[in-house]
Design a protein. Structure first.
Length: 171
């Protein structure tokens, strides 16, 4: 602690990171450069004991808040979105990485809305993504999200989907 009360990390203002190989805390940054279009910083580090070189990424942490139907708030849960998508897309012929891509876009849009999003908005965003990717996956997700009660709900949704597709091909 310095006289003015602030905590000093030394002249470089950097804290050390443990070596992943030998676990010493004696490591240093040997290179820093922007990554992910400036959204992150990639650092190369070197262990001063065993010489191991490793990479770390520094990214801003912005946690979106999801407002539930009940009015309660909870932190945006990437894994929950992922599970919903994996359920909907199970065994569907979609390119590898589709789930990851959608999760990234959904999370980005959740953060963009001043970091507050309702669970309904999230559900609609997932449906909008799936509608463009795979109709079966869309219907699977809709059946859970919209709480389908029977076959007629499926037929109604499928008809709406078809109508939209026909409309899209005309325009
Ligand atoms: Zn080491």
């Amino acid at each position: 602690m310095s006289p003015d009360g602030s905590i000093s990390f030394g002249s470089t203002l950097s804290v050390t990171m443990r070596c992943p190989l030998c676990a010493t805390e004696d490591t240093k940054v040997i290179d820093s450069r922007p990554a992910e279009n400036g959204g992150a910083i990639r650092r190369r580090r070197e262990c001063l004991v065993c010489g191991e070189r490793f990479t770390t990424f520094e990214r801003p942490v912005i946690v979106a808040t999801v407002v539930k139907r009940s009015g309660r708030n909870e932190a945006f849960d990437r894994e929950k979105i992922r599970r919903g998508l994996e359920f909907a897309l199970a065994d569907r012929p979609v390119p590898e990485g589709t789930v990851d891509d959608i999760v990234v876009r959904i999370e980005a849009s959740a953060r963009a809305g001043s970091a507050h999003v309702t669970s309904q908005e999230l559900g609609k965003a997932v449906l909008a993504e799936l509608r463009d990717v795979d109709e079966v996956a869309y219907l699977r997700f809709a059946s859970v999200y919209k709480d389908f009660q029977g076959a007629s709900d499926f037929e109604r949704e499928a008809a709406a989907l078809e109508q939209r597709n026909n409309g899209a091909s005309v325009s």
